[in-house]
Write a protein that binds this ligand. Structure first.
Ligand code: KIV
Length: 266
């Protein structure tokens, strides 16, 4: 098995021009599959709220829910670099709350790093968490926890707005972020951020310039069908496979084909 990545080895790989691969994962089996597939980084995203917990958006997700999922992921992928996503209101209020909650991700969730979405106080929070000795991934571009302020689910960085996204990325880097994630932004924005910062970048629908590509697991496997962002490429249609298997099982039970002799104990 390949050696577990550190923030340093990820940065070195990016500096060598290697393409890095990330996915989200929320459960033990999916984390295991990701590790078996040689994925470089797993993000336990607060997207868990939408794709696993049935919430309409990410805002209701709690710290306890995040820790529960991080623990499952860590058990499934002990050799993979895992980032825990700080949920809405776990870092916005004060440096103290941010540090305490980041500490829970590391201490209880077994995470290697945490992720913080851009907001006006984000650089200060990133600095506080970094000064407490933890690694922070900064998140710019579309930041779902601020969907209301952004005017909805919208691509970021068009025209003049690109400069703001770059400035946010630079502010997070300056505050100590070890890498910058850019979500749902124009390819020009993905490129501008990647060229502006020294740390490696992670693209989630931000073109092909970022050093790492990261996709929500349930999107790429066809498990979440409520909507499909344009940047997602489906590599499987697991929702169809699962529904079909369950239909065949139900039919077998109703038609008395299951259980049969081969399933009986001696
Ligand atoms: O919650 C999440 O999965 C995320 C990624 C989409 C970047 O923040």
């Amino acid at each position: 098995m390949a050696k577990k990545h550190t923030a340093r080895s990820l940065q070195r790989a990016a500096d060598r021009g290697e393409r890095l691969v990330g996915v989200t994962a929320y459960t033990h089996p999916m984390a295991r599959f990701a590790e078996e597939a040689g994925i470089d980084l797993i993000l336990v995203g607060d997207s868990v709220g939408m794709v696993e917990l049935g919430y309409p958006d990410t805002l209701p997700v709690t710290m306890d829910e995040m820790i529960h999922h991080c623990r499952a992921v860590r058990r499934g992928a002990p050799q993979t670099f895992v980032v825990g996503d700080m949920p809405f209101m776990s870092y916005q209020v004060s440096d103290e709350e941010a540090v305490r909650n980041a500490g829970r991700f590391v201490k209880e969730g077994g995470c290697d790093a945490v992720k913080v979405e851009w907001c006006a106080s984000a650089p200060q929070r990133v600095r506080a968490i970094t000064e407490a000795g933890m690694l922070v991934m900064g998140h710019v571009g579309f930041t779902p926890q601020r969907t209301a302020q952004l005017g909805g689910y919208r691509v970021q960085g068009r025209g003049d707005a690109r400069r703001h996204v770059v400035e946010q990325a630079l502010a997070l880097q300056e505050a100590g972020a070890f890498c910058i994630l850019i979500e749902m932004a124009t390819p020009e924005t993905g490129r501008a951020v990647t060229e502006a910062v020294d740390v490696f970048t992670v693209g989630v629908g931000a073109g092909d310039h970022p050093h790492m590509q990261l996709v929500v697991m349930n999107d790429l496997l066809g498990l979440f069908r409520e909507f499909k962002p344009r940047y997602v490429k489906r590599y499987a249609e697991l929702a169809d496979v699962i529904t079909d298997a369950l239909k065949r099982y139900a039919e077998d039970v109703r038609e008395r084909r299951f259980p049969s002799e081969e399933n009986f104990y001696e």
